[in-house]
Write a protein that binds this ligand. Structure first.
Ligand code: HEM
Length: 401
């Protein structure tokens, strides 16, 4: 019998892995699946560019990529960027696809707030959140006045600073929902959830927006022209040096501004991933059979960059994409434009977010020029919110119009 020495064995193993690698590299569009460790090496090699890596996998594999981790790790998942799957999981068969307990473990800082809840607990929080966010400004002020009258009638002492209007926390406290457990923990979780929902989700796309405009000067010119048409006239004697501020009602009528923001949110969705875990075995429209509690990762970032979904120019910043032939804003279904989520769990603050972004963008762009500092790296961060890894370094000058 021929005995192999260690060096020969190591060489043989090396050749084997090299041949496997070559074969997979040539014929396979999925990461190489190694014995024991599965596809983990590929993930580790690409972890610094995880969003672009998932986009690459989705685009090479017709919108889906099953990932198999090490046999001891339990991190297998199906990655998808398929609108048909999204529609099925987020709407058609919504009740079979909660976020799952793992989501809560990852985002434990959000406690039992709306983001981390599923089923009945979520339904109650959604109903209350919906009622509160959808209050129009008039209703809101009306309610403040009403409550203030009640307080005064009851001769309650009004503390200084209390009369500045109602906030979400006050609204929660004053709601008479029997089933709502208004413990300090519940209120803390609610505040953290709304801060998480409404703060960085709005600031991160603004950073990307200014960078995108700097790379697309013709879009910037069109935006300024659109704003010029509604710009309030300055009073010659007193207001020459003051920045121009726009009226939100007029901003809401601007088609190019809306298209430019949607385009930015398509390419850089502030929430880049969603997570689902079926309760019962189910078959997705893509044909994948998902056992109970298996993981499905939906890459919103990849969805915004798929040729199958947005066409050949999918990687270009084109606000015109959102404008119909008759000059109106073009509607894209949430299963395709997934940035604000889809189905019953669609973002509660979408309109609030657009209002804030339009006000900020219009005021800043109309009054100032932003010039990114050359050589400063611009890459997405690997975090729950799609920030820029190193922030955006710019030179700011007053714009002369
Ligand atoms: C551009 C800005 C925003 C984007 C892109 C965005 C996107 C999203 C996404 C993707 C979700 C689903 C998250 C998940 O279930 O894992 C979500 C949910 C939510 N968003 Fe937003 N959001 C934005 C701004 C806001 C603002 C300003 C508010 C509040 C004022 C808000 C309130 C909420 C709430 C309460 C939920 C939970 C809805 C539910 O689970 O039923 N969002 N948002």
């Amino acid at each position: 019998m021929v005995m192999l020495a260690w060096p020969e064995l190591v060489m043989a193993a090396g050749c084997f892995f090299f041949l496997v690698y070559l074969r997979c590299w040539k014929y396979n569009t999925l990461p190489i699946k190694w014995p024991v460790v599965g596809m983990l090496p590929s993930m580790l090699l690409n972890i610094h560019r995880v969003h672009d890596w998932t986009t690459q996998l989705a685009s090479r594999n017709r919108l889906h990529f099953p990932f198999q981790g090490p046999w001891f790790g339990c991190i297998d998942f199906l990655g998808t960027a398929d609108p048909a799957n999204v529609k099925y999981m987020f709407s058609t068969n919504f009740s079979n696809f909660p976020k799952g307990p793992e989501f809560k473990e990852i985002f434990d800082v959000l406690g039992d707030g709306i983001f981390n809840s599923d089923m009945d607990e979520w339904r109650t929080q959604r109903r209350i959140g919906n009622a509160l966010i959808n209050l129009t400004l008039d209703d809101f002020i009306g309610q403040c006045v009403f409550e203030k009258r009640q307080q005064l009638r009851r001769s309650e002492k009004v503390k200084e600073g209390d009369d500045k209007g109602m906030d979400l926390l006050t609204s929660y406290l004053s709601m008479e929902e029997e089933e709502m457990n208004k413990s300090d923990k519940f209120l803390r979780d609610t505040v953290v959830n709304y801060m998480f929902a409404g703060r960085d989700t709005v600031s991160s796309p603004l950073t990307w927006f200014f960078w995108l405009l700097s790379k697309n000067p013709s879009a910037e010119t069109k935006l300024i022209e659109e704003l010029k048409a509604i710009s309030p006239k300055k009073n010659q004697t007193t207001q020459q040096d003051r920045p121009v501020v726009f009226d939100i009602k007029q901003l809401n009528g601007l088609v190019y501004l809306h298209g430019a923001l949607c385009e930015c949110l398509r390419l850089f969705p502030p929430v880049p991933f969603e997570h689902k875990a079926p309760i019962e075995q189910d078959i997705l429209p893509s044909g994948h059979t998902m056992p109970p509690k298996s993981r499905i990762l939906i890459s919103l970032y990849a969805m915004g960059r798929m040729e199958e979904i947005w066409g050949k120019d999918c990687l270009q910043f084109k606000p015109e994409r959102w404008i119909s032939r008759d000059g109106r804003i073009k509607y894209e279904p949430p299963y395709k434009f997934m940035t604000f989520n889809a189905g019953p769990r669609i973002c509660l603050g979408k309109e609030v977010a657009f209002t804030q972004m339009k006000m900020a963008v219009a005021t800043l762009i109309y009054n100032y020029c932003f010039e990114p500092v050359e050589g400063h790296p611009v890459v997405p961060k690997n975090s729950a919110i799609l920030h820029m890894e190193h922030g955006l370094l710019v030179r700011i000058k007053r714009r002369l119009i």
